[in-house]
Design a protein around this ligand. Structure first.
Ligand SMILES: Cc1ncc(COP(=O)(O)O)c(C=O)c1O
Length: 370
């Protein structure tokens, strides 16, 4: 082995945009089975039997590359939503699809407008693709400030990212709000509607993204198999959009990035739509029960339309809650400066959570705050 000292690398090593990137913070993972992992908005159900069978069967063929074009899955998604396969992009999670799309459309310095706080990948993906982030603060009621987002669109704006229901606040906007917004957006600006949690929406005037897309070809609908479909570990999501945009986003993909297991499991999940719907209904039921219990305990929470609930708390209170819950084997997700997100699981977990959750209004003492 060489004993030569390692020469320091010449600087700067990294692009400034990458040097300044905030890291993606994953939810804490459960180390043991008795820990309730409520920090990542995963499905708490085991894989569906039909999906599990497909994955096990697919294990026989993992020495082969998958279908690069994901054609069977794109066709199946097309059938599901009444679009052509050439309007569908499949990627490694919807976050991967969004990255492909940003890389396909952004020139250096192009602006991406999004609400904040929202999904934490948006600023990261925007910076990596060379874009400039234009975050627009949420309103006090946790809704997107759609008027403010419209006002933020300027000559350099290439894309607007909408998230409904919004992660981490759970609030969804209505179809009418979406249509009013799209009508006002210049047609050359791409609007990506991230619907990672759309299956859990039960509120009135639910967004019909595909109807909106028929009217506004600058709309791209982003969806995932990670949440309601329970395939977070397989990494598969998709977007539906204008064929030219979809083709661009397919071109910026790494080759073979969606495994055959993921493609087949996604098709099997769409085929098992009734079973998925039953699970979603159970989660929604539990979300309502959890929200009722939290409000009864004095919490003021927004109306979540997703598979999680949101507590807006100070950092001091947030720290206290996270640590108290962790001591009871419950992991939740803290967002410094904003609050805490708690994923909905089953009734027993709700009961455990509500029993362990400190009452609202905790004030850190001078010593704990220091
Ligand atoms: C709003 C939103 N969009 C997209 C994603 C990405 O999901 P995936 O990449 O697993 O499809 C998430 C995951 O938490 C999310 O909350």
């Amino acid at each position: 082995m060489s004993t030569q000292p390692i020469e320091p690398m010449p600087r700067p090593l990294l692009r400034a945009a990458v040097r300044n990137l905030p890291g993606y913070v994953p939810g804490r993972r459960a180390a043991t089975a008795d820990v309730a992992a409520l920090a990542s908005n995963e499905s708490h159900f085991d894989p569906l039997p039909s999906v599990r069978a497909k994955v096990l069967d697919g294990a026989e063929r993992v020495h082969r590359y998958p279908d690069l074009s994901c054609l069977a899955l794109r066709e199946r998604i097309g059938t599901q939503f009444g679009v052509d396969a050439d309007e569908v992009v499949v990627g490694p999670g919807s976050v991967g699809v969004l990255q492909q799309l940003l890389q396909a459309v952004l020139d250096p310095g192009d602006e991406v407008v999004y609400a904040w706080r929202s999904f934490e990948a948006y600023p990261i993906l925007t910076a990596v693709a060379g874009g400039t982030a234009v975050p627009v603060p949420l309103l006090d009621n946790e809704h997107h400030d759609l008027a403010g987002m419209l006002a933020a669109i300027g000559p350099r704006t290439r894309m607007v990212l909408l998230c409904s229901p919004n992660n981490p606040t759970g609030v969804a906007f209505t179809h009418r709000q979406l249509m009013t917004f799209l009508e006002a957006v210049p047609p050359h600006v791409i609007v990506v509607l991230d619907e990672a949690y759309i299956e859990f929406v039960t509120g009135p005037d639910r967004v019909d993204a595909f109807a909106a897309y028929q009217r506004y070809p600058n709309l791209v609908v982003l969806r995932t198999f990670s949440k309601a479909y329970g395939l977070a570990g397989l990494r598969v999501g998709y977007a539906i959009g204008h064929p030219e945009l979809a083709e661009g986003a397919r071109r910026t993909s790494l080759p073979f990035v969606v495994s055959a297991l993921a493609q087949e499991a996604a098709i099997a999940s769409l085929d098992a739509g009734d079973e998925v719907a039953t699970r979603v209904a159970e989660t929604v039921q539990e979300r309502m029960r959890l929200a009722t219990r939290l409000r009864a305990a004095g919490w003021v929470i927004p109306d979540s339309q997703a598979n999680f609930v949101w507590l807006r708390v100070s950092d001091g209170e947030s720290h206290h809650i996270v640590e108290t819950l962790a001591a009871s084997g419950i992991l939740v997700r803290a967002y410094p400066g904003d609050g805490i997100r708690i994923t909905v699981a089953d009734a027993a977990t709700t009961d455990r959570l509500v029993a362990a959750l400190p009452a609202p209004g905790f004030q850190p003492s001078a010593t704990t705050a220091a």
